[in-house]
Design a binder for this molecule. Structure first.
Ligand code: CA2
Length: 149
């Protein structure tokens, strides 16, 4: 049976590739979505992507995913460090969610060391740039036995 993944991007990530390449790389959001799509092409997995700069809209996307997705790969941006609403939404939808960060948040400012979300996610991947999204997809593929353990 075909699996479905939501690749969800949070605030300011629409600016990727245009500013602060020393921190976030030169890859654009469209490049990341295309790389994820390309990676999944070999599997019976369909991808939908979305980005929002608004906390409530991200909550809505997570709620909507409950009706069609089997897993979520999510870079919540700065809301990672603040959002109890997103944490509650992740718990509510009962889907495996993987938190991804382009940068190694644990090596940056202290306020980025804490995630309100990681504890209710399947896991967190940080510091590997755009490749982190591929690693997260692979974690879901392995969970579904579509990749060997
Ligand atoms: O490392 C990550 O992926 C972050 O989620 C990125 C967030 C930051 O607040 C988190 O602590 C870690 C910031 C995204 C900002 O993206 C920009 C991209 C290009 C230019 C400016 C900002």
């Amino acid at each position: 049976m075909t699996k479905h993944i939501l690749l969800l991007h949070g605030p300011n990530l629409n600016l990727l590739g245009t500013r602060q390449p020393e921190v976030y790389g030169s890859t654009t959001l469209a490049d990341i979505n295309a790389a994820a799509e390309g990676h999944l092409a070999a599997f019976e997995v369909k991808l939908r992507t979305a980005q929002s700069n608004h906390e409530g809209a991200l909550v809505d996307r997570l709620h909507d995913a409950r009706d069609w997705a089997d897993g979520v790969v999510f870079n919540p941006g700065a809301y990672t460090h603040t959002s109890i609403a997103l944490r509650d939404a992740i718990v509510a939808i009962e889907l495996p969610v993987i938190e991804v960060h382009l940068s190694n948040v644990h090596g940056r400012e202290a306020f980025r060391h804490q995630s309100m979300l990681a504890g209710v996610c399947l896991g967190q991947i940080a510091g590997f740039g755009w490749h982190g999204y591929i690693l997260a997809m692979d974690a879901l593929l392995r969970r579904w036995d579509l990749l060997p353990a």
